[in-house]
Design a protein around this ligand. Structure first.
Ligand code: 9UX
Length: 72
């Protein structure tokens, strides 16, 4: 029952930023994969609903110092 969500992420200025977000999100319970693209300012996160929510993923990105919204 794994799902994927696409995010628009702003505030990344160097390649280490995208790596920081990937590592931070990957450490969360319920997140199985996080691919962040610096040049397109997007990310795809694989997660298990019920273990972690999209809101919690977005809050984590914000705690790391960036902003994120669900990609429309
Ligand atoms: Mo690069 Mo990003 O020095 O927070 S890691 S700007």
């Amino acid at each position: 029952q794994e799902e994927k969500v696409d995010l628009d992420i702003s505030g990344m200025t160097c390649a280490a930023c995208s790596t920081r977000i990937e590592k931070g999100l990957s450490r969360m319970q319920g997140v199985s994969d996080a691919n962040i693209n610096l040049s397109t300012e997007t990310g795809t996160i694989s997660y298990t609903p019920g273990v972690v929510s999209v809101d919690e993923v977005i809050e984590k990105v914000k705690k790391l110092g960036y902003d994120a919204v669900v990609k429309q």
